[in-house]
Design a protein around this ligand. Structure first.
Ligand code: C5P
Length: 411
């Protein structure tokens, strides 16, 4: 169905692709009205945009003629969807902070219509924490994203995420959105296209068919990590031991009981870009758990429990090889010398990072909702403030997203 699109073209080299976008949108029967920022006019002219849109092009908030004829309020209302392409780091920052100093930003602020942005910028700008912060804000405000793609940049020798999506991709996203497509389908978070594998909860190791060895892990931190990764657009597999928590939404949850089952499920879920081992896996299991319930026998001593070591799932998966996730994160629950123990554990296990937490009883970490952690990497140990397990989870997955963006280009 033909609809009215307001296309805001920002100032980047990708602006030339937006001329083609006007054509692609019109081919699909949509009416296109164009706003050019001042910076966009350094790359393309209002004349070219007007010729392709077959309409006048708007450039200036303070143009008396423009305001008399069709002001920025009308511009923002007389449309079904606003598309910002290319959305520069500057435009995204202004939109995220509600600025309205020029026509493009004033239109965006005055609008209650859906907004689709197609970011385009240098990979370093895309990965900058300030841009990440703005993206999170915009996603929370309900803005829809398409791209960016990865590849060569216009600057020589620069490659990575930051290329604006192709005009046909943007036009397809426009139609999906106009057809009532969900924001989720379009929301391109910083982990979209990535597979994140998380283990969570305790394991139960049978002593006999009715008894087991367990620990006090609630699974709250691991489940929060799975939820946070999904919120950033990742495909998430959560392998969980027995917990009293609901399966997180938008996550594939695989329920297991023992460490052996957990290892098997983790192996089956590979390959993954990131693996977070938050489960409290039992170190030992009963060597030969009988099929029948152990019985008390009058006058005889209880049978000793002979234990054998469980596989170390983290250590097994962290071994270098083609299936090793690009980022392997382990946890270390400690009650003293937290950072020193975690640094040693990081090396012993072959993990890239260890999230070390103080679980001394006074901290209330086990089963509680808050956590005091240290992020131990090869380079440093960061002390994070005490915060909710949800916030710890969000910070871990954001750091993982930064790591992937900085170390790989196949976003
Ligand atoms: O050795 P420790 O149990 O303190 O190590 C904790 C880290 O190792 C956690 O990330 C935990 O999920 C992981 N681990 C594992 N398999 C085991 C034991 C621990 O994946 N058998």
């Amino acid at each position: 169905m033909a609809r009215r699109i307001l296309l805001i073209i920002g100032g980047g080299i990708a602006a030339y692709k937006s001329l083609d976008l006007i054509r692609r949108l019109r081919e699909r029967g949509h009416g296109v009205r164009v706003v050019l920022t001042r910076a966009a006019q350094e790359f393309i002219t209002p004349l070219a945009a007007g010729a392709l849109s077959n309409d006048r092009v708007f450039t200036d908030l303070f143009d008396l003629d423009d305001e008399r004829e069709i002001g920025h309020i009308r511009l923002s209302r007389e449309t079904d969807l606003i598309v910002v392409a290319p959305a520069t780091a500057d435009l995204l920052a202004k939109l995220a902070t509600g600025q309205a100093g020029d026509l493009a930003t004033a239109v965006l602020l005055a609008s209650d219509k859906p907004v689709l942005v197609a970011p385009a910028m240098n990979p370093r700008m895309w990965q900058h924490p300030a841009t990440r912060r703005n993206l999170r804000q915009l996603a929370a405000d309900g803005v829809h994203f398409i791209g960016p793609n990865s590849g060569e940049m216009a600057e020589r020798g620069e490659a990575g995420p930051g290329r604006m999506s192709e005009p046909t991709e943007i036009a397809e996203a426009v139609d999906r959105l106009l057809a009532g497509g969900t924001a989720r389908a379009l929301a391109e978070g910083p982990l979209s296209g990535r597979h994140v594998l998380v283990t969570s909860g305790p394991t139960h190791e049978p002593i006999d068919p009715v008894r087991y060895i367990a620990n006090r892990s609630s699974g709250k931190q691991g489940h929060a990590i799975a939820t946070a990764a999904a919120a950033l657009g990742a495909r998430v597999t959560l392998v969980s031991g027995p917990v009293a928590l609901p399966d997180p939404e938008g996550v594939t949850t695989i329920a297991v009981t023992t460490a052996a089952q957990m290892l098997e499920a983790v192996r089956a879920a590979l390959p993954a870009d990131v693996a977070v081992f938050a489960a409290a896996v039992a170190d030992w299991r009963v060597a030969m758990a009988p099929d029948q319930k152990l019985k008390k026998a009058q006058g005889t001593a209880p049978a000793p429990l002979v234990l054998t070591e469980n596989p170390d799932i983290l250590k097994t998966i962290a071994v270098p090889g083609p299936k090793r996730p690009a980022l392997v994160i382990g946890f270390a629950a400690e009650t003293e010398n937290v950072v020193a123990h975690a640094q040693k554990k990081r090396k012993d296990k072959g993990a890239d990072w260890i999230v070390a937490n103080d679980v001394s009883p006074a901290t209330g970490t086990f089963g509680g909702d808050r956590n005091t952690v240290h992020l131990v990497t090869a380079e440093e140990a960061e002390n994070w403030p005490t915060q909710s397990k949800d916030e710890v989870a969000r910070r871990i997955v954001l750091r993982a997203a930064h790591f992937l963006a900085a170390n790989q280009t196949d976003v």
